[in-house]
Design a protein around this ligand. Structure first.
Ligand code: F0G
Length: 476
């Protein structure tokens, strides 16, 4: 493909289409009001551009749909499982493959077997469900990302890297309490920032030195490998597939939410080099997920995944894929809309605190932006700020460290003209941002507040008092 052109070429033709739901401003305002200004509660027919997540939202290929039609739905020993097992084996090099219905089921199984109360599990950054699955056991999930990874303005090419000095110190100090060491590729926290091969190898060497099994959270392994090829010295002549394979070689195994770089709508797995934990994992799998040759999935899901893993590694696809977030990220930056730099693989994060300085954190600038993007453009995005992570301590509001809005891009779903259309809308929004109003929380559930909280446009003076009144610990 011609890299110097301005246009992204989507490396696919479209065989099957879905309508975009186009609504009037009034209709969107009604959807918003009915949903209590929480986009999780807006039905998808009300959404025009759904950037809530890149997880499970992939458009599958004709080859995947074709493979699904010939699936063998046998309860035990299905031919589709053999195909899936061979595909995972070929991509990762791992011998033992355990299917699960999605990533968090893999996490619960593996941590359930290995992690004990009081243990510590280091990583660059743990994803929310990874952290929750470690913490519910009574162990600690420890983030050791490099300082640049916490700085939205830093343009470090591998902001997902783990701090190797800190990791070495940490392993030395806590060796007896570390059942496994991890790395998340790409690092979802902070927007899909890549981890360099050098850093992965460095982390692997430290884990090996302290005899700690090394497990990758590999759900965006193909995007990570493409970043390594594009950005790391000495890698530009390598095939992305061989880079991905070498990354897997450094570790003892991986957990994978296949809803990302598996290019499927549901699915996941654990894959391991050695047999040590496999019998126990398979026994536990039968208890909660299903027989080891389907693990909570239909055989047709295994078929789609066996094809999807290779499609995710296709070089033209990956070039297009990384171009999408870059195009939107650069487009927003040109409009003066601050984002976490540089754009990652699957998402762009807008810094709502910097963009809307007139809205104080107690009035949720991230959520205010999420609401405004929907109201004006029909975009569904996700707040990662004080709605998600803010809390009350001694009746005082404690905001999150950052007020971000994530636009996560489904794979092979939207085209460049959709993004151009939206950038025109963003241009207007940037000019009229003063009109954007803060929000007041009117309902707060006891946990995982962002999914079901309700809001209304803020009344400036009442907001601090109202927050305390509806804080989780007060509400029940
Ligand atoms: N690990 C990472 C790095 C993830 O991003 C996710 C999911 C999971 C594990 C869990 O996988 O959803 O299949 O159970 N991330 C989605 C997101 C939900 O929107 O970023 P799952």
């Amino acid at each position: 493909m011609e890299l110097t052109r301005r246009s992204i070429i989507e490396p696919f033709k479209i065989k099957m289409v879905e309508p975009l739901h186009l609504h009037s401003l009034e209709a969107r305002e009604k959807f918003l009001k009915d949903a209590g200004y929480n986009l999780f509660l807006v039905p998808s027919q009300g959404v025009t551009f759904d950037f809530l997540t890149d997880s499970g939202t992939t458009a599958m290929s004709a080859n995947q749909w074709g493979a699904m039609m010939v699936a063998d739905e046998s309860y035990a020993g299905s031919r589709s499982f053999q195909k899936f097992e061979a595909a995972v084996g070929e991509v990762t090099g791992y011998n033992y493959v355990i299917p699960t219905h999605q990533g968090r089921a893999a996490e619960r199984l593996l941590f359930g077997l290995l992690v004990k109360p009081g243990d510590q599990v280091p990583s660059n950054n743990h994803f929310d469900t990874t952290r929750a699955n470690i913490e519910q056991i009574g162990a600690q999930a420890v983030d050791l990302v490099i300082p640049e990874g916490r700085d939205p303005k830093s343009r470090h090419p591998f902001k997902g890297n783990i701090d190797l000095e800190l990791l070495e110190e940490f392993c030395k100090k806590h060796r007896a309490r570390i059942p496994i060491g991890m790395l998340t590729i790409t690092n979802n926290t902070g927007g899909g920032q890549p981890v360099s091969f050098e850093n992965i190898r460095g982390a692997a060497a430290i884990y090996r030195k302290y005899n700690i099994p090394f497990i990758l959270d590999a759900c965006r392994f193909a995007e990570n490998a493409a970043f390594i090829r594009n950005r790391e010295r000495g890698m530009s002549e390598r095939s992305i597939r061989s880079i991905a394979r070498e990354v897997f070689d450094t570790a003892d195994g991986c957990m994978m939410s296949a809803k990302k770089d598996g290019m499927v709508n549901i699915g996941g797995f654990i894959a391991l080099k050695k047999q040590d934990w496999v019998t126990d994992l398979r026994n536990n799998l039968i208890l909660t997920e299903g027989f080891p040759t389907y693990g909570g999935l239909a055989a047709r899901d295994l078929e789609a995944l066996a094809v999807g893993l290779f499609e995710a590694l296709n070089e033209d696809y990956l070039e297009y894929r990384l171009a999408v977030a870059k195009y939107m990220g650069d487009g927003l930056t040109d409009l003066g809309i601050p984002i976490v730099q540089p754009p990652g693989g699957h998402a762009v994060y807008i810094d709502a605190k910097a963009f809307l300085p007139h809205i104080p954190p107690s009035q949720f600038p991230g959520q205010a932006l999420v609401v405004e993007l929907y109201r004006r453009e029909g975009v569904r995005s996700c707040e990662i700020g004080s709605v998600m992570f803010g809390r009350t301590e001694s009746e005082k509001f404690v905001p999150a460290a950052m007020e971000l809005v994530r636009l996560a891009f489904p794979r092979r779903v939207y085209t460049q003209s959709h993004f151009d259309y939206l950038l025109e809308g963003f241009e207007l929004l940037a000019k009229e941002k003063q009109k954007c109003r803060g929000l007041q929380m009117t309902y707060s559930p006891p946990f995982l507040r962002h999914f079901t909280a309700q809001f209304k446009p803020a009344n400036r003076r009442a907001v601090e008092r109202k927050w305390v009144a509806c804080a989780p610990e007060k509400s029940n």
